[in-house]
Ligand binder design. Structure first.
Ligand SMILES: Cc1ncc(COP(=O)(O)O)c(C=O)c1O
Length: 456
């Protein structure tokens, strides 16, 4: 795949103007979403052409969404209140097209996106090679009554990249993949208790949201990130009932070696399965995820997000004897093997095999966060820090109202930052883009402080 040097690609392409966590993406549930009962405007079908039609531009998509979607957005982190910390904040909530690292909203305004589909896109939106692979798969007929050969091919190729991957099962979302990994671990061990640290998606087994049966909750023991004592206590308390230790290995910082080693040793000594959730770390820190970086090999791991550069695909991978337990239970999804996302993931692997994408993402992320750090420092603002690691970094505000206003102002200057969660580096964030990010952050901070009457 012919990647130009990372700073030369992607972001300058004009976007065509038409169509989870505390680990950082925990979904904020139960927020007030007022049902809007006014009659909706009668707008025409949006055709996705080069310029948003006038009536489309005038529509308040956020308001329309609240009427028809119970939480306002099917992805929790894309609700207005999740984006800005306030449902009535001023800032884009919808887009009509995206290319490189830029998106265009229904009014025709273009924004640099630092959110990058919550980490699902690391190469860039509408990345040409990935897009071409996906279109080829569509043209071939991407589903049938049989499995496509691409599924076998991608499974074989993943084994070359991921240390623990001897066998592979594809699914569609990260949550689905994690549920499957836990089902496999429970089947393999014939045990039920799971000790976990991190965010694993919205499914019942690890959720404490309203609606999850208490019997299910009682089988999951959450432990804090990087706390050896808590992990040991929870794992040993479960003893011979422990099916799995499930770890999101990087949450805002790398874990201590002691914690990861303890997880590995406890799982082995207690006869449980060690599962790494590599949703954010896979194809970002290394193609093979945190395990490829750390040298600590789990029994199972789950990849998603950047795996298919935004196409819906998750891969549960792991040791052969553990994965074979999938034969004794039931894990299946009608479209798990559809070949568009699988072709997209193959193009992503091509990219990683021809260039050190992960090294570039780290360098780009470093440049992004430094540019914002420079803006913060120049403004003299206090109560704002930058956390995280280079390819995925976040802004942390002590004052949530300030955060909302900063995000609104940054958007008004053409840059979208993620509230309370990671900004992700992508190959499409080039040098000019990073200069623009710094300028927008600076302008937003100057205006914020002016509005506050000069308070730093
Ligand atoms: C670490 C981790 N695991 C699992 C998930 C769930 O993935 P999905 O939203 O694709 O179901 C996420 C999503 O943010 C995640 O960050």
């Amino acid at each position: 795949m012919p990647f130009r040097r990372f700073f030369e690609r992607g972001a300058k392409r004009e976007a065509p103007a038409a169509g989870e966590d505390s680990s950082v993406e925990q979904i904020e549930v139960e927020e007030d979403v007022e049902a809007e009962t006014e009659a909706e405007p009668d707008e025409g079908e949006y055709e996705g052409d080069d310029s948003a039609p006038e009536d489309t531009r005038e529509i308040d998509w956020n308001e329309r969404a609240r009427v028809v979607l119970p939480t306002g957005a099917s992805t929790g982190s894309k609700r207005a209140e999740a984006l800005y910390g306030d449902a009535s904040a001023v800032g884009p909530t919808h887009y009509v097209s995206a290319s490189g690292c830029r998106l265009v909203d229904p009014r025709g305004d273009t924004y640099i996106d630092c959110i990058m589909a919550l980490g699902a896109v690391a190469l860039g939106y509408a990345e040409p090679q990935v897009q071409q692979a996906a279109m080829m798969a569509i043209a071939e007929g991407h589903v049938s009554g049989l499995s496509h050969v691409r599924e076998v091919d991608l499974a074989e190729r993943l084994r070359e990249h991921v240390p623990c991957a001897e066998m592979v099962q594809f699914l569609k979302s990260g949550a689905e993949g994690m549920s499957a990994a836990v089902r496999i671990a429970r089947t393999y061990t014939n045990r039920e208790i799971v000790v976990g640290s991190g965010y694993f998606g919205w499914h019942d087994w690890s959720s404490d949201a309203t609606g999850v049966p208490s019997a299910v909750r009682s089988l999951f023991r959450a432990v804090p990130f990087d706390d050896v004592t808590a992990l040991e206590h929870a794992a040993r308390s479960a003893g011979d009932q422990l099916a799995a230790i499930v770890i999101e290995p990087v949450v805002e910082r790398m874990p201590s070696e002691a914690w990861i080693t303890a997880a590995r040793e406890l799982a082995t000594s207690l006869g449980a399965v060690l599962v790494f959730d590599e949703m954010k770390t896979g194809f970002r820190l290394r193609p093979g995820g945190y395990q490829a970086l750390s040298g600590v090999t789990p029994d199972l791991a789950v990849f998603g997000k950047a795996l298919a550069n935004g196409f819906p695909l998750a891969a549960v991978v792991g040791r052969r004897d553990v994965m074979e337990a999938a034969r004794r239970t039931w894990i299946s999804s009608t479209l798990a093997g559809e070949s568009v996302a699988i072709a997209a993931a193959s193009a992503v692997l091509d990219a990683h095999e021809s260039t050190d994408i992960c090294a570039s993402l780290a360098a780009i992320g470093q440049a992004m966060r430094s540019s914002v750090a420079t803006a913060l420092e120049a403004s003299g603002i206090d109560g704002v820090t930058i956390e995280g690691i280079d390819p995925m970094w976040l802004l942390r505000f002590e004052d949530s109202r300030r955060e909302t206003r900063f995000l609104e102002l940054a958007a008004s200057h053409g840059v979208l930052f993620k509230r309370g969660a990671y900004n992700y580096a992508a190959m499409a964030h080039d040098e000019d883009t990073i200069t623009e990010i710094e300028a927008a952050a600076s302008a937003a901070l100057v205006e914020l402080l002016e509005e506050e009457g000069g308070r730093a």
